[in-house]
Ligand binder design. Structure first.
Ligand SMILES: *Cc1c(COP(=O)(O)O)cnc(C)c1O
Length: 378
């Protein structure tokens, strides 16, 4: 019997090494990694710049805590907010923690605690983040949950309008629901949200834990919408495989999040910050982002050619794409794709999620689409 709790439905593959988009398992079998560790390894596996960043930092300083000043955290924060309407950052270690910080700051700033969230959303597994998550399978068995989150249907302007009153502190959403099925916010819904937030002094929290750091072809997904979030949470792609998360916030929140309000021992740890800075120095280059968009177009075109049938739909943006097989359960296909040498991850029961490293090549895309086609259609 395993000495591990069986809280993950693990697949029978032990990956032991990776380079770029390619990983190998303990038997030497090769796979194209179109999961990137669930949108984490943004620069692929063992990127030389990340390897040297962590090596250099590991010989200098591992940890000092937030008792002391940190010029490296300052620089990382500046890189993240540069040329945005956001002005301050706080660093932590994961997506759930980033959302906890977002929820805390929103409550303290507004003096209210009612937060509107959406069905099929995923915000993490800690109590606040879990309570914000609009999926029973995540929440069941853990009650009572943190009050007070109201779960509304996604992309439903009328339902949202009908719920707005003086009690609402914030609206919290993902712009493309990752775990929930690669469902993008509609332009109409985004417009309605921004208008409602402006008119009612409601804070907007955008969870960019999965969509952020270049994943959708821009630094953050909100840049492709009319939304101007007050708080953005991030994690997954930020450290390229090293655990680091954080939030970005607007200037008005500066006084609220003052000394003693919140913190975490490992937040902004020098190793994580060195790696994240290197990720951003690459990903936030306009040419890099243009390349992600170009690769996305190429992958979408190839998928459409391979799956011309009406039942197939391709969802998402950038290199966060979903292939829906017309309502069919995708779990058996994900297993077959593993065997055929292409690692993917389901999004909800009916969508195959494709999250290649942002550095994926066209040749690797060709190979992945050929495997998808032969595995699913033949
Ligand atoms: C993965 C994810 C989280 C949770 O992040 P953890 O690092 O697993 O805590 C939160 N929100 C979104 C949108 C995610 O995709």
């Amino acid at each position: 019997m395993s000495a591990l709790f069986q809280n993950y439905a693990r697949r029978p593959i032990s990956i032991v090494e990776g380079k770029g988009t390619i990983v190998h398992d303990s038997t030497g079998k090769r796979y194209l990694d179109f999961t990137s560790g669930i949108a984490v390894c943004s620069l692929g596996h063992a990127h030389p710049a990340l390897v040297s960043a962590i090596q250099a930092q590991s010989e200098k300083l591992w940890h000092v805590s937030n008792l002391f000043e940190s010029p490296d955290q300052e620089k990382l924060a500046e890189t993240l907010v540069k040329d945005t309407h956001l002005s301050h950052a706080f660093f932590c270690n994961s997506g759930a923690e980033a959302n906890e910080a977002a929820i805390k700051i929103a409550r303290k700033h507004t003096g209210k605690h009612h937060i509107l969230v959406f069905e099929q959303s995923f915000h993490g597994r800690t109590f606040g983040a879990m309570s914000a998550t609009g999926q029973d399978k995540v929440r069941n068995g853990f009650g009572p949950l943190v009050s007070k989150f109201t779960t509304l249907p996604f992309n439903d302007v009328e339902a949202l309008k009908a719920t707005i009153d003086d009690s609402v502190a914030a609206i919290m959403l993902e712009l493309i629901q990752g775990e929930g099925g690669v469902n993008a916010v509609t332009p109409e819904f985004a417009e309605a949200i921004q208008e409602i937030c402006n008119e009612n002094d409601i804070l907007l929290i955008v969870d960019e834990v999965q969509t952020g750091i270049g994943r959708t072809g821009t630094r953050f997904a909100y840049e492709q919408t009319v939304l101007k979030p007050n708080i953005v949470s991030m994690a997954k792609g930020l450290g390229g495989g090293f655990p680091i998360g954080g939030i970005l916030g607007t200037a008005e929140l500066f006084e609220t999040f003052n000394a003693g309000t919140h913190g975490t021992t490992f937040g902004g740890n020098p190793l994580g910050v060195a790696v994240a800075q290197t990720v951003l120095d690459n990903v936030f280059q306009p040419e890099f982002l243009a390349n992600v968009q170009q690769k996305s177009k190429y992958l979408v075109k190839k998928l459409k050619e391979a799956f011309p049938g009406e039942q197939y739909t391709i969802q998402g943006k950038g290199l966060m794409l979903g292939l829906s097989l017309g309502g069919e359960d995708v779990a058996p296909y994900v297993g077959k794709l593993d065997q055929a040498g292409l690692l993917t991850v389901a999004a909800g029961p009916t969508v195959i999620r494709l999250l290649p490293p942002l550095t994926v090549s066209e040749a690797e895309i060709d190979e992945a689409v050929a495997i998808l086609k032969s595995t699913i259609l033949e």
